[in-house]
Ligand binder design. Structure first.
Ligand code: PMP
Ligand code: GLN
Length: 392
């Protein structure tokens, strides 16, 4: 309450600080290696960063067009055609945002009304729930089933109702590291048609995918283009998470309203960064292949390292993250306690998976811990040494 006893916003006054900030602060206080919050410790390509620097010096530095500079919107449309065969009109069907986080908020606000229902698959990325609830809509969570995070089709169908407006689909999925299969996507597509609903497709990890898997955008399935808003992030695709440049592509009927939200959320995004990201998106296929291959090696290294100290990991098909199962590790406490314990005592930070669940979900798994592997090999080796020294 304020001194005037006026209640503040019902959603944001009730929630805590995001786990990423909490764990990163605890890591910094304890001088711990941060395998919690997902950010690479090597910055993305030099030519992209040099382009940004040059544009800051030479300009333009004033407000760029509201939906993004033409060069970047064209690059996004070209990217979507090159990788997925999706055709979007860059002028009316692509919007540049200040990060995927803004894009998600814009898309949810553009589609949801009070009383609507939005389906989310848990464990889900933490901003989805407050962003949905702030619109007055209700989030209905469907739990994927570990260890392979399979999609329970009956539970999914049961979650749909006449009030369902949309599903938020994150593939490759954070924190589960799951890549949805064509069959799973088809099952979702069938329900979207049956209930006349939309999908907000959070595809920020679209290029961080392993073992020769293919990222399938839901928008490419028959009839889905008109129902899907596709979100990407330069932060992930170019290892520049602090830049916060995102993009949305979708059918004009939807993007025209998303643009209305964006115009009053941020209006626009740093022009120098937009030029640099346009340069990035136009890189050859080799860049994208190498990005995934490099990350795959880091994944394998951390997987072996964790296994060596007695922490088995769940399947990891994409993203920056892998999930370790602490249930047979002899630790007495929850996943949250474990993460605090290792941050303070082993000086290695991680993130508990239970925070990515809806507060109303019964029987949330509490023995799963997310580790980030987009780190230098020497950093992960040191993390392994510290965990081994702590646990013996
Ligand atoms: N969606 C998911 C699944 C994420 O993990 C993240 C985290 N970075 C975002 C969206 C937000 O991306 P951005 O940093 O571009 O806002
Ligand atoms: N997406 C990052 C993660 O999952 C965190 C982003 C943030 O801190 N907002 O770790």
């Amino acid at each position: 309450m304020t001194s005037k006893d006026q209640p503040l916003n019902r959603v944001y006054s009730q929630i805590g600080t995001t786990v990423f900030t909490v764990m990163s602060s605890l890591a910094a206080e304890n001088d711990a290696i941060n395998l919690g919050q997902g950010f690479p410790d090597v910055d993305g390509p030099l030519d992209i960063r040099e382009e940004a620097a040059r544009r800051v010096v030479d300009g333009p530095n004033q407000y760029p067009p509201m939906t993004g500079i033409p060069e970047l919107r064209q690059a996004v449309a070209d990217h979507d055609r090159r990788f997925y065969g999706l055709e979007y009109d860059w002028q009316s069907e692509v919007i540049v945002t200040s990060g995927a986080t803004e894009a998600l908020g814009d898309c949810l606000m553009a589609l949801l009304n009070p009383g609507d229902e939005a389906i989310i698959l848990e464990p889900f990325y933490d901003c989805y729930l407050p962003q949905i609830e702030q619109t007055g809509a209700r989030a209905k969570a469907v739990s994927l089933v570990p260890p392979d995070w399979s999609l329970p089709l009956e539970a999914l169908e049961a979650a749909f109702s006449e009030h369902t407006k949309l599903i938020v689909l994150n593939s490759p999925m954070n924190p589960a590291s799951k890549v949805f299969t064509r069959d799973e996507l088809q099952a979702i597509a069938d329900l979207l048609v049956k209930y006349d609903a939309y999908a907000i497709c959070d595809e920020v990890y679209e290029h961080l995918i392993f073992d020769g898997r293919e990222h399938i955008s839901l928008a490419t399935l028959p009839g889905m283009r008109e129902r899907c808003l596709r979100i990407g992030s330069a932060g992930k695709t170019f290892s520049l998470t602090g830049w916060k440049v995102g993009y949305v592509s979708g059918p004009r009927a939807l993007t025209s309203v998303v643009a209305k939200v964006h115009q009053f959320a941020t209006f626009t995004t740093v022009p120098a960064l937009q030029y640099a990201v346009a340069l990035g998106l136009n890189q050859g296929d080799d860049y994208y292949r190498e990005l995934a291959r490099d990350l795959e090696q880091r994944r394998d290294f951390l997987k072996t390292t964790l296994a060596d100290i007695g922490l088995p990991v769940l399947p990891c098909e994409g993203t920056y993250f892998m999930t370790a199962d602490i249930s047979r590790f002899g630790f007495n406490g929850s996943d949250y306690d474990f993460c605090k314990h290792i941050t303070i005592n082993a000086k290695v930070a991680a993130v508990p998976t239970s925070v990515f669940y809806h507060p109303g979900t019964p029987n949330v798994p509490n023995t799963l811990v997310r580790f980030c592997f987009c780190k230098r090999q020497d950093v992960m080796e040191e993390a392994a040494r510290r965990l081994t020294a702590c646990f013996g």
